[in-house]
Design a protein around this ligand. Structure first.
Ligand code: FES
Length: 156
């Protein structure tokens, strides 16, 4: 019993040490999104779909559902780093409930970085990846609009 308590105290102390290190590097928002990612997953038969490979070689996919010109659902998948999960979460949060035009105007790496309170320089490209993937999904929506049959020919 006491051995279990020691082990738990050790694990708690270790976790606190890790969190202290993270707080030195990342903002509170980044840590919160890292612990609680948003909008992760795929949407079947999306109205907009974007997939981009970033400079690091990792990829991100974005899926959009658009109802009456409003983004009703926006999800993402990535095989990238923890920061790409954070950036994808923020990008999809920014886009949700916006009109197509509003999302196009607002979603950028700069906006994602601003909302996250910044990222270390070597992780800025992860925000770029999220922004480009979302813009790709918006472009795909625009391309398919009025010809929904085109969706069936894209590779997801
Ligand atoms: Fe590749 Fe972050 S997305 S390192």
């Amino acid at each position: 019993m006491s051995e279990n308590k020691d082990l738990k105290a050790y694990a708690d102390a270790l976790q606190e040490q890790i969190m202290q290190q993270m707080r030195k590097v990342y903002s509170a928002a980044v840590i919160e999104y890292w612990q609680n990612p948003r909008n992760v997953g795929k949407i079947d038969n999306p109205d907009g779909y974007g997939k981009v490979k970033g400079v690091c070689g990792d990829t991100m996919e974005i899926f959009l559902k658009i109802d009456k010109n409003k983004i009703s659902e926006c999800t993402f998948m990535t095989d990238g780093c923890g920061t790409s999960m954070v950036a994808g979460s923020m990008a999809t949060e920014i886009a949700k409930n916006k009109t197509f035009t509003e999302a196009l105007a607002i979603v950028s790496a700069e906006e994602i970085l601003k909302q996250l309170g910044g990222l270390p320089q070597d992780s800025v490209h992860c925000a770029q990846l999220a922004s480009e993937s979302l813009r790709g999904a918006l472009a795909d929506y625009l391309h398919n609009r009025g010809s929904s049959w085109k969706k069936h020919y894209r590779k997801i």
